[in-house]
Design a protein around this ligand. Structure first.
Ligand code: MIG
Length: 680
């Protein structure tokens, strides 16, 4: 059951599909404060939710903030990452003194929200708003899953990518020329690695101008796309949020002429510095600007491109022209001074503080077409709607695709997001590091994101910043084979992490092979989760609600109804302790082949997992499908070569439930649970 309450004068966000009637009875689920809400948390009560954030699956014990941030340091002392996902799910201990049943809350507002989850007071949850205006949805149900399902029905069906987007993708900031792209693909093929996509980072553009192609480095772009297509490789270019200010650049000229850019106080186009130098932000909240920006993607679609990633759309700001002027003026003063401890750090802080400066957010404005009826004008200051920018940039692209190629699925994912955007695209988990702790973070984020509707997601495998090691890369891949987005990406200046550059290629190949064998299952699970509004990845506490140990396990996940995974996420380990929440069968794979089976009883058990082994734990009474690569081939090269019909089934138990296998054409939008599910 969903109850809707309204506080203040909420700004529309476009998160929910249809708003239920406002609930008339007095609001009593949370205590009302001047600037938000509060409630006591009982001992052992779990707080799930918040999607893309730092720390655990259980969000208790920290202060989180919903304010989309260009945050390259995903450390546990941070409060916000790129997304704003204001959904919480409280799960008390069965038979505990507090709330008898689980309860969900969606705080729908586009501005800043603070979630103090047992930080200031360990037994208290406090949610406060910079602007206490919101639509609040309270969701009650008997189980966590039921609540998630109702919430997901409220916010609408998750984005569905083309099936090829479940293949392995390789990225690097940057592959600087089309010949380098060719070479990277060639190397993968020669080493026998299956691969479906190659990502283009900012250097394919001419001076970082959106929707242009560098004549110098990618002059043969059309030929490149054609060649890649022949090899079944999809090229996926990046699109940035800022449009370069440059006379004669048509996107700039048009946007300026039509008034489609965000404005400063005086109504002038607001100037920010990002990659290309000085830029304007297209006003993604203005529907005409959005339609205009979205249609620009056709330039690349026309060239045969069928996937995009939207970056820097929190939006990230290196500096604003206005602030930079002030900084330079202050530096002139510093120049004349004898800098002491105070003034020296003031000076360095001044420059370092230029990026993503919050003052800049209060210096520009949107013309928000759908702001809500209560507002007499459409003009709104950016900070009030900050969390919608990336969402509406992605919506711009998705709506244009709907118009330009309505039949075809286009791959689309974004860095910034808000709930609602999950209908238009996926997200990648941003600039993580080649750190072991970030592999663990990746694991923990999956179910939290799934609750909020984000199903198509994954982290930069191997880690984006810092230097990877072979071992970390292998462990990242060993988990990454289960995530819908499986992309290896790394930053400029870090160690290269293309798989063919390492010694243990045999292990890596075996892991990738396993990904492709799992594809029918992963795709089927994805589609069912999208079409039914369920989660592909669940924390153990969702299923074993009464098992106190299971409720605390955060480095193992359930995938679908059938299997559990327990990745190694620490260095120099040849195995790990796994909590088995019910009798299960361990299946051990190497080189993509099953080579060991073991029945495990409930409880803790140490499992050997040497590099290259993939361990899958099957729940009793269940089975799941794997692709078979026969006909003289011990591996496939891409998602197209997989036989999605002739499958091997692996299960555990005497009486096996039929597996509901969903399989459609993977390209068009004719999804249908009735038509495409078969019982295996
Ligand atoms: O701040 O385009 O998260 O994936 O490689 C760097 C360069 C800008 C940030 C993205 C990252 C991408 C990088 N971009």
């Amino acid at each position: 059951m969903i109850q809707r309450f309204r506080f203040g004068t909420p700004i529309e966000t476009g998160a929910v599909m249809a708003k239920p009637q406002i609930f008339e009875a007095a609001f009593s689920e949370l205590e009302l404060l001047e600037d938000g809400f509060s409630t006591l948390l009982e001992q052992g009560e779990i707080v799930y939710g918040l999607g893309e954030t730092v720390r655990g699956i259980n969000k208790r014990g920290w202060l989180y903030e919903s304010y989309c941030a260009d945050e390259p340091e995903h450390r546990e002392d941070k409060h916000a990452l790129y997304g704003a996902h204001n959904f919480l799910l409280l799960s008390g201990k069965k038979g505990g003194p507090g709330r008898e049943k689980p309860i969900g809350f969606f705080f729908d507002t586009p501005g800043r929200v603070m979630f103090d989850i047992g930080y200031s007071e360990s037994e208290r949850l406090r949610i406060s708003f910079e602007d206490f205006s919101l639509e609040l949805y309270v969701i009650k149900g008997d189980s966590l899953e039921q609540i998630v399902k109702e919430f997901r029905a409220l916010i609408g069906r998750s984005y569905i990518p083309p099936r090829w987007a479940f293949g392995y993708g390789q990225c690097r900031w940057s592959y600087p020329t089309s010949d380098v792209v060719r070479e990277v693909v060639k190397q993968h093929k020669e080493a026998g690695f299956p691969i479906d996509s190659l990502y283009l980072d900012i250097d394919y553009m001419e001076r970082y101008k959106d929707f242009t192609i560098s004549e110098q480095s990618f002059g043969d772009f059309d030929r490149l796309v054609a060649e890649m297509k022949q090899q079944k490789i999809h090229l996926v270019p990046i699109i940035d949020a800022g449009v370069k200010i440059e006379a004669g650049y048509d996107v700039y000229e048009e946007g300026k002429e039509k008034g489609y850019f965000c404005k400063d106080e005086d109504g002038e186009d607001f100037v920010v510095g990002v990659w290309p130098g000085k830029c304007h932000f297209p006003d993604m909240l203005n529907k005409d600007a959005r339609a205009w920006f979205g249609r620009k993607y056709h330039r690349l679609l026309d060239k045969g491109i069928d996937g995009f990633w939207n970056d820097m759309n929190e939006p990230a700001i290196f500096y604003s022209e206005k602030n930079l002027k002030q900084i330079f003026a202050r530096l002139e003063e510093f120049k004349k001074q004898n800098l002491d401890v105070k003034t020296f750090f003031e000076m360095t802080g001044l420059v370092a503080g230029a990026s993503n400066n919050l003052e800049d957010h209060t210096s520009f404005y949107h013309h928000y077409s759908e702001i809500s009826e209560e507002y007499s004008e459409n003009k709104i200051r950016h900070d009030k709607v900050h969390n919608l920018f990336g969402y509406y940039m992605t919506k711009a692209a998705a709506e244009a695709f709907e118009e330009l190629c309505p039949e075809k699925r286009i791959l689309l994912f974004s860095r910034a997001s808000y709930i609602g955007m999950h209908r238009y695209g996926g997200i990648w988990q941003g600039d993580n590091m080649s750190w072991w702790s970030h592999l663990l973070l990746n694991i923990k984020m999956m179910p939290s994101l799934n609750m909020c509707g984000f199903l198509y997601t994954g982290a930069d495998l191997g880690g984006f910043g810092a230097d990877v090691t072979e071992e970390l890369l292998i462990r990242f891949l060993s988990f990454g084979i289960f995530t819908p987005l499986m992309r290896n990406h790394s930053a400029l200046g870090t160690r290269r992490q293309e798989l063919y550059l390492f010694d243990k290629q045999k292990e890596m190949l075996g892991i990738l092979k396993m990904r492709y064998r799992l594809l029918p299952y992963l795709y089927s699970e994805y589609m069912k989760a999208a079409l039914r509004g369920t989660m592909m990845f669940r924390p153990l506490g969702f299923v074993y609600e009464e098992d106190e140990i299971a409720r605390e396990v955060e480095d193992q996940l359930l995938l679908g109804e059938e299997i559990m995974i327990a990745p190694v996420h620490e260095q120099n380990r040849t195995g790990r302790t796994v909590y088995i929440p019910e009798r299960m069968k361990l299946l051990r794979f190497r080189d993509g082949e099953l080579y060991g089976e073991e029945i495990l009883e409930k409880g803790y058990v140490y499992i050997r997992m040497p590099l290259g082994d993939i361990c899958i734990f099957v729940r009793e009474g269940h089975k799941f499908p794997l692709a078979v690569f026969g006909k003289g081939k011990d591996c496939v090269c891409n998602t197209e070569e997989i036989d999605y019909q002739d499958l091997e089934l692996l299960g555990f138990g005497e009486h096996l439930e039929a597996y509901e296998y969903y399989m459609d054409d993977g390209e068009t939008k004719e999804y249908s649970l009735e038509r495409y599910i078969r019982q295996l």
